[in-house]
Structure formats: structure tokens, C-alpha cells
Design a protein around this ligand. Structure first.
Ligand code: BGC
Length: 253
């Protein structure tokens, strides 16, 4: 018998400060429940984070497929290196740890790649071909690169060195708050980063995501790239929607 709810998938976004989840209609790219958010545990070792992810699954009384976005590249289900997570994650089979803790099948994807999938399918990147980069500004800086709508997974341009330091150490949203930078000062840092990114990738379009996209008018005027730069449409929900899309595409024959 056909599963009437096959288009509903629980999307979860594991971030530096919060773990957020909602049930997503993957046909429309919309949330069909409220977002449920718990604090990211500290220390963020695999067992503690898996327990929080499992609490989110229980909150929704969920037994279907789950998609989960995580910081860090995800190669063959494992995280080879990381910057914003507990070192104990290195080499762990993430999907297996989550699936066991939750009692359902969990598909794992890099969080920025997830956000990119949502923007390209339903948001700011819809109908956009060529080389499109989504860059998320949050605790770190994430990137998702698309070539004619196909994802090139696990790009880590937030780690690109600028003046001897990873870009995310200078220009993440966390740095703006921690250093109490004005939008102008922070916008200039973002511009330096985007110019460096443009210099190596020559994208046709740059989509700026993360919570800061709500304030795009405060910093986008500082950006001087040749490529068009536009704010993301989904803002904080992109990671949840995209994680669900990743789980849905795994189910396709
Ligand atoms: C990680 C990326 C991640 C980004 C946003 C960075 O520190 O290296 O994988 O996408 O943070 O969470």
C-alpha cells in the first residue's frame, strides 16, 4: 500500500547553539509543524548530541524518515575534520549513531549543503543555472556550491584563509556579535570574504543565508563583488527544509 504521508519528513538542523526540528512537506518545501528547538549540549560529543536529536524525534512522535544537517563535511557518512564540534565526532558514522538513538532511519548532510538544497529548490536560487554559491553566516561560515542546480557537496569555503586566519574566524555572525561590530564594519569583513571567494570560484550568483539574511539591507550595500548577491529566502528554516529534502532524495529509486 502506498504511504499517504511519504512527502512528510522530519528535518533537523544541528547548529552550534541550538538543535531545531520540524516536519517538512518536501513537495512544497514548507514546515507543517512549529519548529521545536533545544539547546546544543555542551560538551557536544556524539552521545549527548544524539540524545538531543532523539528528544526532538520523540517530541514529534515521529517514526518516519529523518534528515539531519550537521556542521562539518560528511564523507561516506563520517566527519573527517571539524571546527565547531567536539573532536569526538571525527570518524564516527553519524547516521548510524543518530539512527540508533532515534529508532528511525536518519540521513545526514552538511548543514550548509542542506540550506542550499532548500534555496535552490524553493527559495532564492530557484530557476538559477550556472555556478551558484550559498554562504551561511552563523556560528561558523558554511558554503554550498551548485553547478546548473547540482550540488558539489562538502565545500568548506568558510575555512578559506584570509590574512592568515579561516574566514569564519573573521566574518561569521558569531564574530559580529562577540566583537560588537557595527553592520558597516562587519559588512566590510563579509565583502573581503566574498571577494576572495569570487576570486577562486567566479560564481554567477551568491546567496547570503543564515539569520543575518533578515538584515540584508544593513550589509549588502557594502558588497562589491561582480557576481549578483541576494539574501536567502528561507532564513533560519533552510537547514531544516534542506535536511528533509536530502532524506527524501535518498528514497528515490
Ligand atoms: C563548518 C561547516 C559548516 C559551517 C556552518 C563551519 O564551521 O566547517 O561545515 O557548514 O560551519 O555551520
Amino acid at each position: 500500500m502506498r504511504n499517504q504521508n511519504a512527502h512528510l519528513i522530519l528535518g533537523i538542523d544541528v547548529g552550534g547553539s541550538g538543535v531545531k526540528g520540524a516536519v517538512v512537506d518536501v513537495r512544497k518545501g514548507t514546515l507543517v509543524t512549529d519548529r521545536y528547538r533545544l539547546k546544543t549540549p555542551g560538551p557536544g560529543d556524539p552521545k549527548s548530541v544524539a540524545q538531543v536529536v532523539a528528544r526532538i524525534v520523540r517530541h514529534f512522535v515521529w517514526r518516519g524518515p529523518v534528515g539531519c544537517g550537521m556542521p562539518g563535511p560528511i564523507k561516506h557518512g563520517r566527519i573527517p575534520v571539524l571546527s565547531n564540534l567536539d573532536k569526538a565526532w571525527i570518524g564516527v558514522d553519524v547516521a548510524e549513531v543518530y539512527s540508533k538513538a532515534c529508532g528511525c532511519r536518519v540521513t545526514v548532510i552538511n548543514d550548509a549543503d542542506a540550506a542550499g538544497l532548500a534555496e535552490m529548490r524553493f527559495g532564492a536560487g530557484k530557476k538559477r543555472d550556472g555556478v551558484v554559491v550559498l554562504t551561511t553566516f552563523g556560528t561558523g561560515i558554511g558554503t554550498a556550491v551548485f553547478v546548473d542546480k547540482r550540488l558539489v557537496p562538502n565545500t568548506e569555503f568558510g575555512q578559506m584563509e584570509i590574512n592568515g586566519k579561516p574566514a569564519e574566524v573573521r566574518a561569521s555572525a558569531r564574530v559580529r556579535k562577540a566583537r560588537d561590530l557595527s553592520w558597516k564594519a562587519w559588512g566590510e569583513r563579509v565583502n573581503t570574504y566574498l571577494l576572495a571567494l569570487e576570486n577562486v570560484l567566479w560564481p554567477d550568483l551568491i546567496i547570503v543565508g543564515g539569520g543575518v539574511s533578515r538584515k540584508a539591507s544593513r550589509f549588502l550595500p557594502r558588497i562589491t563583488t561582480k557576481a549578483e548577491v541576494i539574501p536567502a529566502k528561507f532564513r533560519n528554516e533552510a537547514g531544516i527544509v534542506g535536511a528533509a529534502l536530502a532524506a527524501a532524495s535518498r528514497d528515490k529509486p
